[in-house]
Write a protein that binds this ligand. Structure first.
Ligand code: NDP
Ligand code: OXD
Length: 309
């Protein structure tokens, strides 16, 4: 009975060590040293090379050490009958909400404009809207999006959400489904992307949909780079359709040094840090999932294979 582990993040070592202490009876095999593939019953993997999971005939559970599972669904040979679970950690939701709230307030209070004015030693007051007149849209009202909405609500913003199914979150106008996207976008002066990357959501923010936003809208993308068509984003920034963007995720990570986003005056960049997995809370959750799989119980935080999230 062995667990395959692969996670190249800085926290990867901490997660592996913590997990092996909580489930000492399970032998750890660190990718690529898998030993006999028939021994592997559990996989805690992030960005394992595609096609490899299919080589473990006795796999009982695939666990993502992060919230996203697009790294698994990109594998064309992902074993069909093995359950997949992801992390749903309230601490990660709080971390994400700190990031999204900080950037929402940054945009709302015109700090980009003041940074520019400071650079020119210009003492000028920029017209300020009140929060009750500011539409903030959240794409994806799941584990992360809902906490973001709850943390933003006390500021008094006009909040709306877009999801696949209708929501009943107090103080948040719910839009759902493809047909409702234009109406949702029309009210989103600041829009926060917290969607999973799936075959349905890839490229959802493109020339057409960015054009449906109010002129001068501000994008906060903390989910995945390919949700936004990068060339269309740059064009929208250059034309003034977007006033700015805070980007934590990119098509290619690390963002290549020659990518024009690095030096774009309207773009703020962080290196995929908006909500890192927290070993202190994630490790006990992962260990509990391995125990569940050992006992033949249904995993928690199961991923819907058809929906890909
Ligand atoms: P959830 O699965 O809990 O929520 C996803 C939300 O997106 C749901 O509201 C869902 O709708 C909605 N959604 C999915 N597909 C569609 C669609 N086709 N149309 C409209 N809405 C859709 O995910 P989390 O909140 O836990 O995480 C979201 C993403 O954030 C992750 O997948 C990951 O990529 C990213 N992430 C980024 C991190 C970072 O540090 N940058 C850290 C952690 C996560 P419904 O509710 O109807 O199902
Ligand atoms: C995640 C991430 O999905 O860190 O957890 O991106």
């Amino acid at each position: 009975m062995a667990l395959l582990f692969h996670c190249e993040w800085e926290e990867g070592g901490q997660i592996r060590e913590g997990l092996s202490k909580l489930i000492p009876d399970v032998e750890f095999r660190i990718w690529p040293d898998v030993g006999d593939p028939a021994d592997i019953e559990f996989a805690v993997v992030w960005n394992l090379p595609r096609g490899r999971l299919a080589g473990f005939p006795n796999l009982k559970a695939i666990l993502s050490p992060g919230a996203g599972v697009d790294h698994l669904f990109e594998d064309p040979k992902l074993p069909e009958s093995v359950p997949i679970a992801r992390l749903i950690d309230p601490l990660m939701s709080e971390r994400m909400a700190e990031y999204t709230a900080a950037l929402t307030l940054w945009s709302h209070r015109e700090f980009d404009a003041y940074a520019d004015l400071q650079g020119r030693r210009s003492w000028r007051q920029v017209p300020q809207k009140d929060a009750e007149d500011r539409g903030v849209g959240i794409l994806g009202l799941g584990a992360l999006g809902r906490t973001t909405a709850r943390r933003l609500r006390p500021f008094g913003f006009v909040l709306s959400s877009w999801s696949r199914t209708p929501k009943d979150e107090p103080g948040v106008t719910s839009y759902h489904g493809k047909d409702a996207l234009p109406d949702f976008l029309r009210g989103s002066e600041i829009f926060i992307c917290l969607l999973p990357l799936t075959s349905e959501t890839r490229g959802v923010l493109n020339e057409k949909t960015l054009g449906q936003l109010p002129r001068g809208a501000y994008l906060i993308n903390c989910a995945r780079g390919p949700l936004v068509v990068e060339a269309d984003l740059l064009a929208a920034l250059d034309s003034g359709q977007l006033s700015g963007a805070a980007l934590d995720v990119f098509d290619e990570e690390p963002l290549p040094p020659d990518n024009p986003l690095w030096t774009h005056p309207k773009v703020r960049i962080t290196p995929h840090v908006s909500s890192l997995t927290a070993p202190g809370t994630a490790v006990p959750m992962l260990a509990a999932q391995v125990r569940r799989a050992q006992r033949g119980e249904t995993l928690q935080c199961l991923v819907d294979r058809d929906a890909q999230y």
